[in-house]
Design a protein around this ligand. Structure first.
Ligand code: C2E
Ligand code: MG
Ligand code: MG
Ligand code: MG
Length: 290
């Protein structure tokens, strides 16, 4: 039954194995140094389909290694890189690194999908879709396995951004609106943008088990997204209760500590294997009770 899966999930979920710091001491010079030395690392957080708990792909989340070997979280350097222009170099390294990793997994017979976060600041580069497509092709990856995430607050009305988004779609990339609910997308704007996926922000995922009111916000976001032909992802799913409620209201994909924290690439194959086993077992036990 559903409960077996939930219990198994609760045992599986864990706090992040790898801690990150948001050191305020991290400066623009530290950032430049880290980029020069290629001291970036990408961690990968699994995304699973809610109807059968099947692993569908990963979100790439960047970290920097500071000089002391400490892992620094993106909150400490993304905004800085946007304001001093280093975001372009950073984005290039992230794309290069994560697509290379994706192609390595492909060669091992694991065809995951990958979601990559892009900052609106790098979306001013008109040929970015062609640039990412070229990197994907050099690794033998087709664009439809790659999903570009943009946060709702960064999606401002503007011909330039719309242009770049359309170019991504024309090349077959998926486009995801991240942290949905934290910005102020009008329905009109959402409909006019070529998004293929909507990610419900953690705040609402948390809220959906707390109040009827917040749950109805989640319900209508899911309904709206589905009507616009989008896939719905819940991010920051931490408890079996949240999984339960989200599944009941038709959310398609879940991501969060309940399933797994973001993982260093070396941990991904073993995680995927044990997840497959867990998944198969819980599905068999469900089938056995029917
Ligand atoms: P995001 O894209 O919304 O990513 C989700 C964040 O929530 C990640 O934080 C992830 O580690 C965290 N998270 C995942 N599951 C849970 C959970 O169950 N509970 C809680 N409390 N947190 C969870 P992270 O990795 O620190 O990234 C923060 C933000 O930095 C991201 O938010 C994204 O906006 C930005 N970011 C991350 N990587 C990149 C990147 O490569 N490029 C750009 N431009 N931005 C990035
Ligand atoms: Mg994201
Ligand atoms: Mg998000
Ligand atoms: Mg976020």
């Amino acid at each position: 039954k559903e409960e077996d899966l939930l219990r198994a999930l609760a045992d599986f979920g864990q706090a992040p194995a790898v801690r990150t710091t948001t050191a305020t001491a991290f400066s623009a010079d530290d950032l430049a140094d880290a980029l020069d030395a290629n001291r970036i690392e990408i961690h990968y957080q699994p995304q699973v389909r809610m109807i059968d708990a099947e692993l569908v792909g990963f979100e790439a989340l960047v970290r920097l290694r500071d000089r002391d070997g400490e892992l620094v979280s993106p909150d400490a350097f993304i905004a800085m890189s946007e304001s001093n222009g280093d975001i372009h170099r950073l984005t290039h390294q992230i794309i290069e690194r994560s697509l290379k990793q994706l192609s390595l997994w492909s060669r091992q017979g694991r065809d995951f999908a990958l979601s990559v976060n892009l900052s609106a600041a790098s979306m001013t580069q008109l040929d970015l879709p062609e640039h990412i497509e070229a990197i994907a092709q050099s690794y033998g990856l087709s664009a439809d396995r790659i999903n570009i995430e943009l946060t709702e607050t960064q999606v401002q009305v503007g011909a330039e951004l719309y242009d770049v988004m359309t170019r991504f779609r024309m090349r077959g990339f998926g486009l995801s609106i991240d942290d949905f609910g934290t910005g102020d997308s009008s329905l009109t704007r959402l409909r006019s943008m070529p998004f293929t996926e909507l990610k419900i922000d953690q705040e609402f995922v948390r809220g959906c088990t707390r109040s009827q009111e917040q749950q109805s916000i989640v319900n209508s976001s899911i309904e709206l997204g589905h009507q616009l032909g989008m896939l719905i992802v819940a991010e920051g799913v931490q408890s079996p209760e949240e999984w339960d409620v989200l599944g009941a209201v038709g959310c398609d994909i879940a991501q969060g500590y309940l399933i797994s924290p973001p993982l260093p690439p070396g941990d991904v194959p073993a995680w995927a294997n044990s997840w497959k086993r867990l998944n198969a077992e819980s599905i068999m036990s469900r089938a056995g009770q029917e």
